[in-house]
Design a protein. Structure first.
Length: 369
């Protein structure tokens, strides 16, 4: 110290620190009030900004009070410089955390507001957050007087070793980025892999993709495997799709009447049932003379993949009821089995069982003697 501490120094420093803390509390209450108003708007970006400012603004007031308190004390130039550097580094770290939250939130907000962008894919959010935090830590170290050039060099050399040790992890990371950038799969799509896994894509993170199947179970698939395997995306290029239902009627049926009745049932299902496509052009295609009936295919439209089960259920119920009302038969397969008998009416006799001969012991009758 350049001189001895007196009571006046302590009083001034205490007042400055208390003023900073009081200002921090007032600003925190103000940010809370702004947060309530921001939540009423349609844009989610203001919520992110206010949430970040709620952290950095009060702490900035406290740090400012601490800096004023330190300047009021009779500190040496070296000690005063260390205090200023430390407070500045703390402020940079807090600002970095807030900036990482703001940028990640904005990325999430922009992704959620645009079609074709991975709204729920956390991989972009995580990468953005890591980049911002790394830059903030480097700036804080530079502020404290730590040279970051050797550190960056060491990180570059160590990064090669880490990359060799984490080949699978990095492969999954870049595979996830490639999947999202190519827009072949997006969260919300219904996919089916050639290995049999299928379901709705819930999230694509830095290591794996999360798929929820129709039984509400989660299937975890590594991004590298998802990028390599053959896959059917039932949500691309659009969610609407056509499904086929196989039907058969008897040979004595009027096919023109059958077609008209079937199309009427399809139109009613498309208009009344949730998941149907009202503007879908129904189609009936006869294709096979089977053993006991004429088979045909009915083409239905559904809004998305899981709607097909509800549509099929209602269509089959209504079609069965309508066919019964119209007198249209749906015959079951039949077979005629003919048994031939002798002229006297007795069933055919079974052929005699031949005797086995053993070369060493003669016939079966010889052995019995």
């Amino acid at each position: 110290m350049i001189r001895d501490l007196v009571l006046h120094d302590w009083v001034v420093a205490g007042i400055a620190l208390a003023s900073g803390c009081a200002a921090g509390l007032v600003l925190r209450a103000l940010m809370k009030w702004l947060g309530k108003h921001a939540s009423r708007t349609k844009w989610s970006g203001d919520d992110v900004l206010v949430d970040a400012l709620r952290t950095i603004v009060p702490w900035a007031a406290v740090i400012a009070g601490a800096a004023v308190a330190a300047s009021a004390l009779p500190l040496t130039v070296r000690v005063g410089g260390l205090v200023d550097q430390s407070l500045t580094a703390v402020l940079i770290v807090i600002a970095t955390l807030s900036a990482a939250r703001v940028v990640a939130g904005l990325v999430q907000s922009v992704a959620a507001s645009r079609t074709g962008v991975a709204a729920s894919a956390t991989i972009f959010v995580n990468i953005t957050r890591i980049v911002v935090l790394t830059m903030g830590v480097l700036v804080a170290l530079e502020t404290l007087g730590v040279s970051i050039a050797p550190l960056v060099t060491a990180l570059g050399v160590g990064g090669l070793a880490v990359a060799l040790a984490l080949q699978d992890t990095l492969a999954n990371l870049f595979a996830g980025v490639h999947i999202l950038a190519s827009k072949t799969v997006q969260p919300g799509d219904y996919i089916r892999l050639s290995s049999g896994e299928e379901g709705y894509v819930v999230d694509i993170n830095w290591r794996n993709s999360v798929v929820r199947n129709l039984s509400n179970n989660l299937v975890i698939i590594p991004n590298g495997r998802l990028a390599r395997t053959n896959m059917t995306n039932y949500s691309q290029p659009e969610q609407k799709l056509s499904i086929l239902v196989q039907v058969g009627v008897g040979y004595d049926s009027d096919l023109e009447h059958v077609e008209k009745v079937t199309l009427d049932v399809v139109d009613s299902v498309m208009a009344d049932i949730t998941g149907g496509v009202p503007d879908h052009e129904a189609a009936v295609r006869f294709h096979t003379f089977a053993d006991s009936r004429i088979n045909f295919t009915v083409i239905l439209g559904v809004g998305e993949f899981s709607d097909q089960y509800r549509i099929k259920h209602e269509f089959i119920k209504r079609l069965h009821q309508r066919y019964r009302t119209e007198g249209i038969s749906i015959p079951a397969p039949t077979r005629t089995v003919a048994l031939q008998r002798d002229q006297g009416g007795a069933p055919p006799s079974l052929p005699p069982v031949p005797h086995q001969r053993d070369a060493s012991s003669g016939t079966l009758a010889d052995r019995r003697r």
